[in-house]
Design a protein around this ligand. Sequence first.
Ligand code: ZN
Ligand code: ZN
Length: 351
Amino acid sequence: MTVFGCRRCDATLTVPVSRVALPVHAGQKYGNGPGSLASALEPGTFAVDPLPFGPPWRRWAELEAGEAEALGWYAPRFVVSTGPVGRVLLAPGDIRGAVVDPALAGDSACCGLDGDEPNMVCVTCGTPVALRIDDCGLRQAIWLNPRTTHVIEDGPGPHPVLDWPDLIEHRPGIAPSEPDGGWHPMWAAAAASALAHLLAASGGDPMAIPDHQVAAVFRPALDRLVSRIGTEPEHTLVLAGPGLPEPDGDFALIPQHPQTGELWPVAAPVKPVPLAWDAWRHLAFHRPAKPVGRSVPIPPEALPEMLPRYRFAPDGRIFLRVLARLPEVAQPRLRAIYDRGSPYGYTFYVC
Ligand SMILES: [Zn+2]
Ligand SMILES: [Zn+2]
């Protein structure tokens, strides 16, 4: 198990936790409340953000030649962080021995807590150690500051790593539809990230999607991004992964292991397009139940709904953020898509 503590006084700051991959929806802002979004992590787990976060922030225009690429950004951002790497994400219930300090909470948030610097202090020594986030539209989260916290105990945690067959059995994925008929925020994030990877892998070429469930998710957004007028798609997008036959297509949506972050391997020339496990698992194996043994036909409106009622809009901020970190975004066709997306905004302006 891993336990984190205060760098200054070594006081324990977390319950024992197991490492998982950083979900693409960590740090997501979605909708406008009311209230915050559920934590991106299960209790008892933690994830490490490999990117710099927090101050000092640098304006894009002020970066030297080559500096943005060195930081892993290939398309303009409003500002980029040159802060410390390695902040640690926790579910909010897993923190111990730290409290929110109202003096550090700031006033930039709407109804809750937000920011880019610690607002929680170590109860033992008063050092700012963590950032609590619970503002409206944001993921409930605690981010441990890598400058003031560290690992004080390490070992296998409460959640053993599952292999792919165990994942299929024990982690059934998440349905895209919310009870109100809208899309689940995790899906908006997962599909946004996959779309960015698909565009980078395909160079923005038109794409045929034979599986109708996959098409229902990706077709509308892809059509808004990539013109199909006068061109017949030469490439196909299919699913590949554990429990599925060898992919028969040019591009394959493959799962990312939710604990290790490992990608399901596909052999060349098939090009992999990573998708979050919980979305991939649902797309690959969930099929709506077909009513059997009835002599009276069931009207379509009485059948179980497979996909949400609303047109799907991938999370625009996540789409642009993922795309900006892929070197292929420098290709003119992809850069034009990126620039249409208002990279500094909250909305996905691509229609
Ligand atoms: Zn609010
Ligand atoms: Zn301390």
